[in-house]
Design a protein around this ligand. Structure first.
Ligand code: MGD
Ligand code: MGD
Ligand code: MO
Length: 770
């Protein structure tokens, strides 16, 4: 049975589908960013805010993790979607006690995600007491006592779950994990578990560090850039300027994607006169319209073709010196990919032999290759192996640890990489925990904790009953919405530290707290004066961020202050960590970070340099590979891909141009031609014809999953509109989070345990028939 979901009440009567755009940015992008700012915060605050976005003395964009251009910064170092992210946070609309007195939780639970987010900034701590119908205001101290009492009442520290979303600053993240480990658990799931965990798992095994090995100047210097499973025009728009520059320097760009995304086709830089009036720059020279989950086959097929090219002219393709000196496992790799059946590769990818050969030729000729990827590769059952295959190709060609070459997993949340560096991980290495223990005279637990999927299972099974989230929207971001909601509702207490209202505030434990926090754009004043925080971008650059806006309410606390105050209530005023000092002066936190976190020595001084500093990366810096073998490891994995069973489709769930994860900015996916609604499913013309579904027809989407017990499970979302779209036959696409109820909790990637959001087996049924 499928419960009546919140998506039922979106008014989609205005939904219009037109043709999709063949270019990104341009004049509409400038207009939309200004318009959203003016609506949310008025002219003066818009001008003040956008002028400081991503500037050296300003704040880091709360949008994506793409780096700022080092050295000279443009007067407007942001994009349309960054401006939307800022407008969303800097809004003057407020959600205070009056709002919660007026709306019951049951009533709020019926609202859409879009409506909830549009109500404004949370302005007062609120409590939902057991059995109550409405949230009521609560004083901060009482809220802390309530949390501490619940935590102390648990049978053990592992009964608590502490989630983190990737906006949290380094300082807050460092203290949060310190409080949690002082309390005694490693149950630290984070959004990264659902995001780039597959990249981390793959790269750690292959090259010894889970982070990307290139910088912006490398991209500008590369002669070949592969962009697989990523939609930069929407999700990392500032990357397009870098790609444009790379092209200007002669780089060839190959996009690998099931969808012809606008940003991959053409880009009109809104900050250049040419971009405003001209036809823009073609970004991708080649577009490989691959079938969902076909990338592993593509990379193995390319491996075989590259080896064969080397056979024809030994030493011309394989960088023997690099492989011999720096790598392990090449012989097994070679054996594995030489045996790959190219007919299977063509079937798995949906590509032609010519496309395959041309791509192999481009890779064989290139002297400086970079591979970029995002969720299209990570959120697949075989995501880890797929990323290792692309790494294999780079290693074979010696494309690591030299200018203009390397791996580039493009991160999502603006500080998701920094949070990991600071210890937000359920399985931090012992070396980090040892340093933490030495610095603070604590004994942190060594047993690994729960990741996101394990945490949901733990709560579902009654083993976890206090849930706290440092940001994010756990209920909507996670798969299997119904199962996750039930898991959270079974908790004794759920606590959300948030800036904006979302669904995680209305599907709660028996008691629930909302703790409103300062955001990136807000001024943060503590005992020693105005504070700054630091963040790390997708390319390991660490730098400061300073908010300058007056907070919408004097009840907001910074995440740092909140953690310190909660820690004092939980761990006692005589605890060995100087919580009060940390709260009063964030420089003191950075002093401790210097001593605990590898690569952060002298943090206070280096983070104050004009562009901050770059964290060490042994493969990039010295061609050193801190892996199990001490070398870069080639991998040899059996080929996996996704055939579509008859009458079914493989569904990917992705972002529209008008949302930030679960935050819906608006209902216009301008680039894909969808306006006024979100409940659409993109299907190829061939599939629509074969399934007998008319373009525009209303359908239910039903996912099919056979559990470990062999029983077929079905999950359903209702009343979507089928939209004919350019996607490979057998594949479909629809927006997240409306389709999260379809994703089974157990449908996870091997090794990384990441929910498989990009490959869900579904069938379509006429709406209303069931
Ligand atoms: N404006 C805005 N910016 C954002 C976000 C946002 O929601 N809004 N979210 C942030 C976050 S947390 C993240 S992680 C990033 C996400 O950035 P992306 O990874 O770009 O996000 P998705 O929308 O999930 O898009 C996935 C892309 O991969 C393609 N794809 C799907 N499956 C496959 C496959 O099997 N193979 C290949 N080759 N391609 C595939 C899809 O067609 C799509 O183009 O963006 C960050 N930036
Ligand atoms: N089906 C499907 N599911 C997915 C994905 C997908 O592609 N498909 N993508 C996955 C990915 S890549 C990710 S990263 C996750 C995202 O998962 P999350 O990070 O949990 O989700 P967000 O929507 O980014 O969180 C938004 C909320 O964060 C709060 N917030 C914003 N700024 C701040 C701040 O500065 N401090 C605090 N404390 N709170 C703040 C606001 O209250 C806002 O409502 O979703 C995952 N889920
Ligand atoms: Mo993400």
């Amino acid at each position: 049975m499928t419960r009546k979901g919140p998506e039922r009440d979106i008014d989609e009567s205005e939904l219009v589908v037109t043709h999709s755009k063949d270019h990104a940015a341009g004049v509409p992008a400038v207009l939309v960013s200004l318009q959203r700012g003016l609506e949310q915060m008025g002219a003066v605050r818009t001008a003040r805010t956008l002028a400081r976005l991503n500037q050296r003395h300003g704040f880091d964009c709360p949008g994506c993790a793409w780096p700022e251009t080092p050295g000279h910064r443009k007067p407007a170092e942001f994009c349309e979607n960054g401006a939307k992210a800022v407008a969303e946070e800097a809004t003057l609309r407020r959600v205070g006690p009056e709002f919660f007195a007026e709306h019951s939780v049951a009533e709020l639970a019926e609202k859409t995600d879009y409506w909830l987010g549009q109500q404004g900034r949370l302005a007062h701590p609120m409590v939902l007491r057991e059995g109550a119908t409405h949230y009521a205001p609560i004083e901060w101290d009482e809220a802390y006592r309530l949390i501490a009492d619940h935590l102390r009442a648990l049978p053990g520290p592992d009964g608590a779950v502490f989630y983190t979303s990737g906006r949290t600053s380094n300082e807050a993240a460092f203290l949060y994990q310190l409080m949690i480990r002082s309390f005694g658990t490693n149950n630290l799931p984070d959004c990264s578990n659902m995001c780039h965990e597959s990249s981390g798992s793959a790269l750690t095994e292959s090259i010894g560090i889970g982070k990307g090995s290139v910088t912006v100047p490398d991209l500008e210097y590369a002669d070949l850039i592969l962009i697989a499973g990523q939609n930069p025009g929407t999700n990392h728009p500032r990357m397009l300027s870098t790609l444009e520059k790379a092209k200007g320097n002669g780089a060839k760009i190959i996009a690998v994607n099931p969808l012809p995304e606008a940003g991959l086709r053409r880009f009109k830089d809104p900050q250049k006169v040419g971009g405003v009036i001209g036809r823009g720059v073609d970004i991708a020279d080649e577009f490989l319209q691959i079938r969902l989950g076909g990338d592993m086959a593509l990379f193995q097929g390319l491996g075989r073709l590259l080896l064969e090219a080397d056979d024809a002219d030994p030493g011309s393709v394989v960088d023997r010196a690099f492989v011999e000196q720096h790598c392990a496992g090449f012989a097994e790799y070679e054996k594995n990919v030489r045996a790959v059946d190219l007919d299977v590769v063509l079937e798995a990818t949906g590509l032609t032999m010519t496309q395959l050969r041309e791509t192999a030729d481009a890779m064989a000729r290139s002297e400086r290759t970079i591979a970029c990827w995002a969720m299209g590769l990570t959120q697949q059952t075989h995501g880890v192996a797929t990323i290792q295959e692309i790494t294999n190709l780079l290693l074979m060609r010696g494309m690591m640890g030299k200018p203009g070459a390397g791996v580039c997993p493009v991160r999502g949340h603006s500080n998701v990489q920094g949070d990991r560096t600071m210890g937000i991980w359920e399985k931090m290495p012992d070396s980090f925990l040892d340093a933490l223990d030495r610095e603070f005279s604590i004994v942190s637990p060594r047993k690994h904790g729960w990741d996101t999927v394990a945490a949901i299972r733990g709560m579902r099974d009654g083993k976890g009953s206090v849930f706290m989230a440092m940001g994010g929207n756990f209920i909507r971001a996670t798969p299997d919405t119904e199962a996750t909601e039930a898991a959270l509702r079974s908790c004794a207490l759920t606590v959300q530290v948030s800036t904006k209202l979302n669904r995680s505030h209305v599907a709660t434990g028996r008691t629930a707290l909302i703790l409103p926090t300062l955001g990136r754009t807000d001024k943060d004043i503590q005992a020693s004066g105005k504070q700054m925080v630091s963040v790390e971008d997708s390319m390991s650059m660490v730098h400061l961020s300073r908010g300058n806006l007056t907070p919408v309410s004097d009840q907001l606390r910074s995440e740092v202050a909140m953690v310190c105050e909660l820690a004092e209530h939980l761990l006692g005023a005589d605890h060995s960590v100087p919580w009060a000092q940390f709260k009063g002066d964030y420089d003191r936190i950075r002093d401790s970070i210097s001593r605990v976190v590898p690569g952060c020595e002298n943090y206070n001084e280096r983070v104050r340099r004009p562009d901050g500093f770059q964290l060490p990366h042994p493969p990039r810096d010295r061609r050193e590979f801190p892996t199990s073998t001490g070398k870069a490891n080639f991998t040899a994995s059996p080929l996996q891909w996704l055939p579509t069973p008859p009458g079914r489709l493989i569904l990917q769930t992705l972002r529209s141009h008008d949302q930030y994860n679960t935050t819906i900015y608006g209902l216009d996916d301008r680039y894909r031609g969808v306006k006024g609604g979100r409940k659409v499913i993109f299907v190829s013309a061939a599939d629509l014809a074969e399934l007998g579904i008319a373009d525009g027809a209303a359908v239910d989407i039903v996912s099919e999953w056979t559990g470990a017990d062999g029983v077929l499970q079905e999950r359903r979302v209702r009343d979507f509109r089928a939209v004919q779209y350019s996607t490979p036959k057998g594949n479909a696409a629809a927006y997240y989070p409306e389709t999260n109820p379809l994703i089974p909790l157990d449908h996870v990637a091997a090794k990384s345990n990441t929910p498989v959001s990009k490959a869900v087996l579904v069938r379509l049924e006429p709406a209303g028939a069931h």
